[in-house]
Design a protein around this ligand. Structure first.
Ligand code: AMP
Ligand code: MG
Length: 487
């Protein structure tokens, strides 16, 4: 294991030069202190978890110190926001500190969010508040633990620096890790500013570093785009299967790697609601829960447009056509697992849809329903769950179909069924009200709740003794929390 000063840097993105990013130093936070660190993320950098508690850790990730080999840069990009093109975006408050290699040969971008003003700050102050930093930290690590591709988070550093949002809050920084911070919007920027040489350089960079296997294909760029389509379809299938609502699926928030990226007013569903909108400035529901599926394709089309200098329109269209079938296949596979099925039948999609419709009409908790369904035999489970539904005749009809389907699926013991289903159905998810409780305590200076919640969410499928309160439906006050979009 490594000490903090033993990280190995190789800043490949920075070497692309000033057309791609600008050198900016972090602006330090006052009285930096550790709020929470992820041991699992520390391990990605081969760091000894104990170093998180040392003062130098908070100084490094609170913007006071920098490794000699680090090369802090603000990246330039653009993107489609709520359907309209914004020609100039970029890291307005985050810095790519550098790329670090671990012993396994993987490289990780260190990105410090909330690090102060950059040439891309526009009207913003370059800061992030404690509230939003904690939310990003918890979500990144919780999604990863659920098996949903996501950027990771090493730590949150709190401070006494005042930051003005709707009210005065405190500044914080979150250290984000990802194999790349290139977004769809990077490609759009060079396409719309008509810089074909830089765009080609960017495409080569991404291809060589992140999609090297596509080099073997007759059309490497097309192969890469197909792979991006498939990864996005898979990521969004996982969001839908586990009830994650991203909230701001602008193309500047879409990673070229198909990982969940840039957390804002996201939410996990409590009650199942296909029309749920977690972003309260999203008045038209462009990014509502069920719209995430078509928006995924819309975003890929925006990327495709930016790739027209490299790939023929027909080939791009054909690749885009793969999105929905990929999505459907991944989604159905996950939902079969959530229902405890090991085989595939043609009507499984209908079985899933039938259940979701009943849940929608009765306001049933999305996470707990599936967990409880796996607690015992199908027969006993549906009998117990029946009380949660309003349309009893409808539920009984569904329950009969389900029991018959389970009987055809195979002959396995209750124990086998439980084990398999519990491995696919989390007990603990990052409910907004849980995050809110942890944030309120942290804002008052007590970080124990953030740390405990992070711990619980790192093993979402395992029942943990004494942690029952983290597996509850929200209390009334926590049901439809309006999460501030200011971050
Ligand atoms: P977001 O909605 O967080 O994805 O951000 C959209 C754009 O606004 C990005 O270019 C961000 O860097 C920028 N931005 C967001 N908040 C701030 C802030 N407080 N200061 C400067 N830029 C910001
Ligand atoms: Mg963003």
């Amino acid at each position: 294991m490594k000490a903090l000063d033993e990280l190995t840097f190789d800043n490949r993105f920075a070497r692309l030069g000033d057309a791609f990013s600008t050198h900016v130093l972090p602006e330090p936070l006052d009285e930096p202190r550790l709020v929470v660190a992820s041991n699992a993320a520390m391990a990605l950098l081969d760091l000894d978890p104990a170093v998180a508690e040392t003062p130098v850790f908070a100084e490094l990730f609170g913007g006071h110190k920098l490794w000699a080999e680090a090369e802090p840069r603000a990246m330039v990009y653009s993107g489609h926001q709520f359907g309209g093109y914004t020609p100039q975006l970029g890291d307005g408050r985050g810095l790519l500190l550098g790329e670090v290699y671990n012993q396994a040969g993987e490289h990780w971008d260190l990105h410090l969010k909330g690090a102060g003003m950059t040439p891309y700050s526009r009207m913003g102050d370059g800061r992030a508040v404690l509230r939003s930093s904690i939310r990003e930290f918890l979500a990144s690590e919780a999604l990863h633990a659920l098996g949903i591709p996501s950027s990771r988070a090493l730590c949150v550093i709190g401070s006494s620096t005042p930051v003005w949002r709707e009210k005065q809050e405190r500044g914080a920084m979150v250290l984000r890790l990802a194999p790349s911070h290139v977004r769809f919007g990077h490609f759009e920027y060079f396409y719309y500013t008509k810089k074909p040489e830089q765009q080609a350089e960017l495409a080569e960079h991404v291809l060589n570093l992140h999609y090297p296997e596509c080099r073997e294909q007759p059309e490497p760029y097309l192969a890469m785009f197909r792979e991006i389509v498939e990864r996005n379809a898979e990521m969004i299938a996982k969001w839908q299967a586990y009830g994650f609502c991203h909230g701001v699926m602008n193309t500047d928030n879409m990673s070229i790697l198909g990982i969940t990226f840039d957390f804002g007013p996201f939410a996990f569903l409590d009650d199942f609601d296909a029309h749920f909108i977690c972003n309260h400035s999203d008045h038209e529901g462009r990014y509502s829960f069920s719209n995430q599926v078509p928006i995924g394709q819309w975003n890929l089309s925006a990327l495709a447009q930016a790739l027209t200098p490299f790939i023929s329109v027909d080939a791009l269209k054909e690749a885009l056509g793969l999105y929905l079938p990929f999505y459907q296949a991944h989604y159905l596979d996950l939902m079969r697992r959530r229902l405890g099925l090991t085989t595939a039948e043609d009507d499984d999609q209908k079985l899933v849809e039938g259940l979701l419709k009943l849940m929608q009409n009765s306001g049933v908790d999305y996470t707990l329903l599936f967990r409880r369904l796996g607690d015992e035999s199908a027969e006993l489970a549906v009998t117990r769950l029946r009380d949660d539904f309003v349309d009893l005749a409808g539920f009984d009809a569904w329950a009969q179909l389900y029991k018959d389907r389970v009987a055809r699926d195979g002959d396995y013991s209750e124990e086998q069924r439980r084990e398999r289903m519990h491995a696919a159905n989390p007990l603990y998810i990052l409910r907004n009200y849980l995050a809110q409780n942890a944030i309120a305590a942290a804002e008052a200076g007590d970080y124990s709740e953030v740390r405990r919640l992070h711990e619980v969410l790192s093993k979402p499928f395992e029942e943990q003794a004494g942690m029952e309160q983290y597996a509850q439906r929200p209390p009334d006050w926590g049901k439809h929390l309006e999460i501030s979009c200011s971050s």
